[in-house]
Design a protein around this ligand. Structure first.
Ligand code: CP
Length: 332
């Protein structure tokens, strides 16, 4: 038996008995109205660097546990800040010094935290299906928030990307959004796709080397390019994606310089997009590979705004999930 006990994975709904979100595992299936509500609440929590951060007591008395079985800087720190700014107690489990290294299963780790009254478990893991599996085994008052699931889903990243686009570009219906790079292994791209589709984005383009593009039946309706110069023409938003070397065999890892020549977002290429196009990247960036430093730090880059928005989005998601859980307790 796998240490992670995911055999016999069953589909678990991320919705409670009243139909509202009890967990957040994927953006797939969320309506335009639900996404817009989350973006509006996120915008309410946005503060610019230099301003005091937004705070309230939406999570007072609640405990949030961060369980990151894969590395993270932005997502882990922003979930912690978000939970603290909403008045929660926060636990960060260090996986390298936890009892996981002694062979404890994920479920036993989850049950242990649940027994200590953790109400929200924020999880990142390389195993597809793990958040859904865990959500099927926790007590009714416990919520699972997916902070990155293999190549499949990174819902709060999808929300912060949508929020950043809305802040800079307004209505999605008028926009041409280009996702470029290693889409095959990218949970960021999949969650962006779910959000952009539901929000009615005018056109989504995907570009990259053929072997790093997703299967033909994924991203239905997106326009595929293997020539980045063609893909850039007239784009309003360009989102670079990291090459996920940790999810591919050595034989498929491209040469950095050759990759940058063909698929890097460079200042020269950026001139092909609309003059007011914005450049995004979820981070961490490989400068000089998928994006050059002058573009990442240049006037069209909104990469730091994405990071700032990450805290606001995670506050909105935590507040919404806990509010829904409280309402569902009354309902059941
Ligand atoms: N974008 C993102 O998920 O970054 P981290 O891996 O640093 O959390």
């Amino acid at each position: 038996m796998s240490n992670r006990q995911t055999e016999g994975l069953e589909q678990t709904s991320q919705r409670g008995p009243d139909g509202s979100l009890r967990h957040l595992i994927t953006l797939e299936g969320l309506s335009r109205e639900e996404l817009t509500d989350l973006l509006d609440l996120s915008q309410f929590y946005v503060r610019q660097p230099g301003e005091l951060p937004a705070r309230d007591q939406s999570l007072a008395g609640h405990t949030v546990a961060n369980l990151f079985f894969e590395p993270s800087t932005r997502t882990r720190v922003s979930f912690e800040l978000a939970a603290r700014r909403l008045g929660a107690d926060v636990v960060n489990l260090d996986m390298h010094s936890s009892s996981r290294v002694k062979g404890e299963t994920v479920l036993d780790t989850i049950y242990t935290l649940q027994a200590m009254h953790a109400d929200v478990l924020v999880m990142r893991d390389a195993e597809p299906g793990l958040p859904t599996f865990v959500a099927g085994h926790v007590q009714p008052h416990v919520s699972i928030l997916n902070a990155g699931e293999a190549h499949l889903s990174h819902p709060t990243q999808g929300l912060l990307d949508a929020l950043t686009i809305r802040q800079h570009k307004g209505e999605f219906g008028n926009l041409s959004v280009l996702l470029v790079g290693d889409l095959a292994h990218s949970r960021v791209a999949r969650s962006a796709w779910h959000a952009l589709s539901a929000l009615g984005t005018g056109e989504v383009r995907i570009a990259g080397p053929e072997h790093l593009l997703p299967a033909a039946n994924e991203f239905p309706g997106a326009v595929r390019f293997t020539d980045l110069n063609k893909a850039m023409k007239g784009a309003d938003v360009i989102m670079g994606l990291r090459i996920q070397t940790e999810r591919m065999s050595a034989a498929h890892i491209p040469d950095n310089a050759a990759y940058c020549r063909e698929f890097g977002i460079t200042a020269e290429r950026l001139k092909l997009a609309k003059p007011d196009a914005i450049v995004m990247h979820p981070g961490p960036m490989n400068r000089g590979v998928e994006i050059t430093g002058d573009v990442a730090d240049g006037p069209q880059s909104v990469i730091q705004a994405q990071v700032t928005n990450g805290v606001a989005v995670r506050m909105a998601v935590l507040a919404t999930i806990v509010r829904n859980a409280q309402a569902q307790r009354k309902y059941s």
